[in-house]
Design a protein around this ligand. Sequence first.
Ligand SMILES: C=C(O[C@@H]1C=C(C(=O)O)C=C[C@H]1O)C(=O)O
Length: 372
Amino acid sequence: MSHPLALRPISSWLPTAGRPLIISGPCSAENENQMVQTAQQLAATGRVHLLRAGIWKPRTRPGQFEGAGQIGLEWLQSARQASGLPICTEVATAAHVEACLHAGVDVLWIGARTTVNPFSVQEIADALQGVDIPVLVKNPVNPDLELWIGALERLHKAGLYKLAAIHRGFSSFEKGPLRNAPMWDLPIELKTRVPELQIICDPSHIAGHRELLSFIAQKALDLDMDGLMIESHLCPDLALSDVRQQISPATLARLLEGLEIRTPSPASEQLKDSLSQLRDQIDLLDDDIMQKLAARMKISEKIGQYKKENKVTILQVSRWEEIMHSRLAMAGAMGLSRGFTESFLKLVHQESIEVQNWIMNELAPQAVVMKK
Ligand SMILES: C=C(O[C@@H]1C=C(C(=O)O)C=C[C@H]1O)C(=O)O
């Protein structure tokens, strides 16, 4: 992002919102009674600031419940009236936008399967040109930060300043215990690159299972996210979509109660002091690590020189395997995680290979970058 986005914080467009902002409601609006009762029960918890429900549901495969359609907007209006909660729903086309604006929906969100497509995002941005409505942008299904930022920029260019992001995790081929891989480094990178943007986490879509919701929600708050979107249903087991990840309003209230709300900086000067002492120690250790890494790369340069003179290949699989094996054992004994150690060593090995490639093939540093 070349320049900061002129964004209006959530508290300015939703004065009733607390921190964290809590958005809840069913995956899909199923009927009017469900919407009204859910909204009333959510409002009664005193912890929910915005009511959500999908009206148009893009499903992975046809034949599943694809949402109630436009009639659902009337149910959302009734729910708002009965509970006092502002309402939000997902839009994927200009026609959805028109219908929502006509119905006076308070907040819109763009789903992961739409963010992925710049044509669709532009269509929505064009339909919203000059309209002062908050829009929440879910991450694209694939882990592409540029697409996510690009979608926000398209809306911003259309004159929308009440924008926030929703982190709902990323689709992955390998199925783990979570429905969507959180890849926390992406929202962290987004926060670093666009600090003015507020980020809401969607633990329901990341977890995919109600048992894992609070674990994901707590982690999101500890990563200083600004809100949570958690799906809730009057009878979760009877929901027409996303059965396993919805919880009842009462369970939601308990979950929220159990979360620890922490602040970015410690409360007292004394506490700040002990944190900065620990940070001083980290600074010294990082200094050591950098010096050691630089020294290791210098040896790789010498090995490169040796290999060039003696016509030896860069990659030495058995030496590399031996290194991996012994270092993993060492790291394990020291309490370092296997995944971290493996990724770290692979990065070091990759760089060591690049350094040798540069020496042996007399490449300019720029060419090394191009070859990576
Ligand atoms: C440095 C060497 O070259 C490569 C890089 C390695 C490393 O950085 O540890 C290990 C094996 C090789 O694949 C080497 O042959 O020792």
